[in-house]
Design a protein around this ligand. Sequence first.
Ligand code: PGA
Length: 250
Amino acid sequence: MRRKLVAGNWKMNGSLQSIFTLMEGLKAGASSITGSDIAVCPPAVYIPKVVGLADGSAIKVGSQNICDQDSGAYTGEIAGSMLKEAGCQYAIVGHSERRALYGESDALVAARFAAARRAGLTPILCVGELLEERENGTTEDVVARQLDAVIDLEGVSALADAVIAYEPVWAIGTGKTASPEQAQEVHAFIRNKLAAADATIAENIVIQYGGSVKASNAAELFGMPDIDGGLIGGAALQADEFLAICDAAQ
Ligand code: PGA
């Protein structure tokens, strides 16, 4: 039985003060979330602080990105071993903002995925199509290509300890959520694609949905058979809203 995971992607938001307030709120409510897993992914400089604040709760911490290399002359990057040492358990790779704004290719995303596994972190691999790709009917091709980049590099067995986040790019930060049926269709496609290679991995892998998830639409989305929680952006910045989404997952 898969356990749902709700992860908050804080993106480049917050301050020491606001993060303290957010974590106090999350900690107060997290004890009543026992039926699903919770993680938060703060901006990298705040990771040690958030790990400290999360201490004693079930809230796990992840990074928003990770270097594809393990150490050396890679100015501005952060190695998996550093994230692990700082207390991370997860690392988001291939978020559409990284792909679109910072030019991360499928190959680079796959290399970052591999780096996360080398460091003992669980990668949260983001995949998803642009609006024009949905409109011209290539959603499945795009998602398959993004998955294949990882499978070609690491083998399908690498997905045994990974999470996939299906995030249609047109739904991120736009207020336009994919309908539960639209999301389910792609989630089922992903699971079936993996099942063709390894039925056990396909059955066990957590596939999150991301893109304008809110407390008001979470239950409907998470009620679909292949949607195992969510990767939450804007709605993860308010404790009450995020906790309500976590509650919907349990
Ligand atoms: P959103 O972002 O919930 O604000 O749409 C989701 C994400 O980018 O992971």
